[in-house]
Structures are given as structure tokens and as C-alpha cells.
Design a protein around this ligand. Structure first.
Ligand SMILES: Nc1ncnc2c1ncn2[C@@H]1O[C@H](COP(=O)(O)OP(=O)(O)O)[C@@H](O)[C@H]1O
Ligand SMILES: [Mg+2]
Length: 238
């Protein structure tokens, strides 16, 4: 079966710095794929290459069997691949509802349809009761969820989550784990960057490990936890 997403030999250079070197892997439909590695390993750069924010210096990205490297971010999103950002940046002065409606217009053919999609997404992410709140007034945990809600409102088949748990307290972490499981249940495939080992080990079906821009491991949470290369590069420090 064609993988949902396929990276083939991706390298990305910034001047003399190799942020990614010859990275290849696939994301299978309906899985939760964890992406881990030390700070500066190239995780966010990889998302930026996949969603078209950066062109790869070498290699190609395929989504549903079609080449997407070379497309602009809005074109990638229109194909059904959405992402969140490590640093949350919803439109601060808009209400939560209007923020999500704005994203829903990627697919919605009318205001009514956009409102309906937004309502569904706000229920899913537990933000419905906050819909009238101006976005900048939300606490961090809910701003992170608003980022997820805005990505979901574009009706993606694959969603890329960049550190959606960073800065959350344990209660908020558990709420977000529930939301991610629900997203999976409605048939959306997930690739997630996360530092919290308890979170990533419990929700991921498979895990990819990056170190200095290279893929050093790929496997089940169990295999990853026990991989000497991973322990040395990353887990040992935790
Ligand atoms: N736009 C850029 N210009 C120059 N260097 C960059 C840029 N984006 C990322 N980098 C560098 O690429 C490396 C990987 O960064 P990043 O992908 O943000 O790592 P991670 O998300 O794993 O912490 C770092 O050394 C970072 O400084
Ligand atoms: Mg990052």
C-alpha cells in the first residue's frame, strides 16, 4: 500500500549547516508517528520541509503518492496536510470561534458550513465553551489546543503537531492526550514532535529519532526505549 507520506533522501542546508541529512521514512495511514530527538536535531525543519515552508536542498516528499516538495504551504494544506507551530501564533485579536472559522474557509463553501466545521472542531478540542474568548486571553494550554483546532478545521488527512504539550501542566497534558486519541479515532493520521517521554511513548505507534539532522532510529516505543544509540544521543540526558 502507498504510504500516506513518504520522505525520500531529504537534506536541508542553511549555509554550511546541515539541518537534515538524507532523511527517509514513511508515515502510514491511521498511525500516530512520534518524532523525537535533542534540541536542534532538525525536527521542526523536517516539518517545515514537509509542509512546504522550506524546499528541501535534496530529496523529495510524496503525499498520497504525489510529489509535494516544491509546493507552497497553502497548496500542501489544500491537499490535506496541516500543521501546528512550536510557537503558537493564532490571530490574537480574534475570538476563538472566528480563528477557527477563518481556517475552515479553506474547504467550506459558505459561512454556514464554516461555522458548522468550526463548531465540530471546537467540541473535539474542548474549546467550545471558550468560543467567544479573544484568543490572546487564553491560557497557554488552550492556545496550544486552538492551534490544533485551526489545523483540524482545514479537514486534513495528516496533521503535524510540533510540541503541542510543551509548557502544559499534567492535567492539560492528559486532556491533550485524550484529544490526540480522538483525532486518531476520526481517521486523521498524526505525526507529532514531543519531548515528554511519557506522552510520546504512550501515544505513538512508531517513533523516529533524529540526531544532528540524521535519522538514527525507527521502531516501536519499546524498541526505541531500548535502543543504545537513542539512549546515548537522547534518553540518557533525560
Ligand atoms: N531558518 C534557519 N536558518 C538557519 N538555521 C536554521 C534555520 N532553521 C533551523 N536552523 C538550524 O537548524 C538546526 C535544526 O533546527 P530545528 O529544526 O529547529 O531543530 P529542533 O526542532 O529539532 O529543535 C538548528 O541548528 C537550527 O539552528
Ligand atoms: Mg523544534
Amino acid at each position: 500500500m502507498t504510504p500516506l507520506l513518504e520522505l525520500k533522501g531529504i537534506s536541508r542546508f542553511f549555509g554550511g549547516l546541515a539541518a537534515l541529512t538524507d532523511v527517509s521514512f514513511e508515515v502510514r495511514k491511521d498511525e500516530i508517528l512520534g518524532l523525537i530527538g535533542p534540541n536542534g536535531a532538525g525536527k521542526t525543519t523536517l516539518f517545515n520541509v514537509v509542509n512546504g515552508f522550506y524546499a528541501p536542498s535534496r530529496g523529495e516528499v510524496f503525499f498520497k503518492g504525489e510529489r509535494i516538495s516544491g509546493l507552497k504551504p497553502h497548496q500542501v494544506c489544500a491537499r490535506g496536510l496541516a500543521r501546528t507551530f512550536q510557537v503558537v501564533k493564532p490571530l490574537q485579536r480574534m475570538s476563538v470561534l472566528d480563528n477557527v472559522i477563518a481556517s475552515a474557509f479553506l474547504r467550506a463553501k459558505s459561512k454556514a458550513q464554516a461555522v458548522q466545521i468550526a463548531g465540530e472542531v471546537l467540541h473535539l478540542t474542548g474549546l467550545y465553551d471558550d468560543r467567544e474568548v479573544i484568543s490572546k486571553g487564553l491560557p497557554l494550554g488552550k492556545r496550544k489546543r486552538l492551534e490544533i483546532a485551526r489545523a483540524l478545521a482545514t479537514k486534513p488527512e495528516l496533521i503535524l503537531l510540533d510540541e503541542s504539550f510543551a509548557g502544559l501542566n499534567p492535567t492539560e497534558q492528559n486532556e491533550s492526550i485524550d484529544i490526540i486519541r480522538k483525532i486518531k479515532e476520526i481517521g486523521i493520521t498524526i505525526m507529532i514532535i514531543e519531548h515528554n517521554m511519557k506522552v510520546i511513548m504512550s501515544i505513538s505507534d512508531r517513533i523516529i529519532v533524529l540526531n544532528y539532522g540524521q535519522k538514527i532510529a525507527e521502531g516501536s516505543p519499546e524498541e526505541t526505549r531500548n535502543n543504545p544509540l537513542v539512549i546515548e544521543a537522547y534518553l540518557g540526558e533525560a
